[in-house]
Design a protein around this ligand. Sequence first.
Ligand code: ADP
Ligand code: MG
Length: 408
Amino acid sequence: MIKERPSDNFKTAITDPPYFSGCKTLLRKIIYSPFKVRIILGGRRSGKTSLLRAVEWNFLDFDLDRPIRAFPVFISLQVERPKGLDNLRYLLVARLREAIGRWRKVPGSGLREMYRQFLSQIKGGEVTVSFLQQLNIKLNITNPDYERQLNHDDFRQALLATIEELHEMGFEGICFLLDEAEFIVNQTWSNDAWGYIRGIKDTDTALKPFLGFVFSGYRALKEYHQKVGSPLVDIAEVSWLSPLSDFEISELISYRFKDEKVPSLPDRGINFICEWAGCHPYLTQQMLNRIFDFYIENKNLPSAKTLIDDLLEGHDHDFLRWWNFDQKTGEAEEDGRLSNEERNIYLKLVECRQSTDKNLAQMLNLSRQKVSDTLEVLLGTGVIQHDKNIKEYKVGARLFEEWIARQK
Ligand SMILES: Nc1ncnc2c1ncn2[C@@H]1O[C@H](COP(=O)(O)OP(=O)(O)O)[C@@H](O)[C@H]1O
Ligand SMILES: [Mg+2]
């Protein structure tokens, strides 16, 4: 019998704190200065949603001492699909009010239990309506959420009143965690939305010290900002995710072995996982699942060959999407697939195993800037790794490399 594990067998975002590992520097940055505009970029399953969730539970955990505490509001734009700027403003206020309602009901004890209950409560949409009515803000309440709208003045008034209330609850302000921001990029009103947020952060002296935004996305978000010269990117801090370190992955491995009550691995077993999963958090979790499932059935660990063959088959679909194998045009990496140029640079790195951006640029006759931008995307996709001490890039997950080799 194969075991049921959290986060849909570690395929969807981590929402149980002990299973989250790494990203410490980025987490710290967000937690220590939450009232900024940030854009977090990373490939499919590189851990963007998990990171936003980790920000959320870190702010909600009152056992942790924090110099500044922002009230986190997680919103998946892909799920909410706002219809325009007025509707986005409504959704921001509604999800904020609902989160406050849920927060008031969670028990004071223990992070894991508190956060589990915080996430599991049904959100009551009516809390927003009655709150807005108290402020004399008129709303067409017969409309469903996705048609409700707030203009700028009403939005501002609702936020200011809520911030005052949050101060009494021990929070300094609000940090909106806007996952899958690519949704907005594809809308006709996206420039209005970015310009609007920029306007608040630039000039609204009453709101701006108490309001932060973290957007997550992949290349479409970055390329959009570059193309149209979006006003937002000028004031945003952009960070790329990358594979975790060997140390962070070892911590995760040992936690999961204990959790599954499987005898721990010798160092060479841990090194094997780091090498084949390339410290990619999703590939590592899936590899561990396979090892544990095999152990449960057979009472011993799988051979390397069995494990690798099994994983290559299991990840065929993921890798196909990353590699963009079928796409002949090599342009418009819609959906976050690698472009021709990115694939060429990756293959060059496979050939030389380890190199600097400068050497790669020389070998491929490309500009150094172009190569270092591309390496950033490959890192963010999680298929290469960066040794910061010697400033060299190296091939990441051997699983992915092996999968490409088998396509020929
Ligand atoms: N920091 C992390 N620690 C442990 N596992 C992670 C981490 N980030 C991602 N994962 C693993 O990768 C999977 C996908 O993560 P997710 O946050 O949904 O990625 P994304 O939002 O970028 O698609 C998770 O189910 C989890 O197994
Ligand atoms: Mg996600």
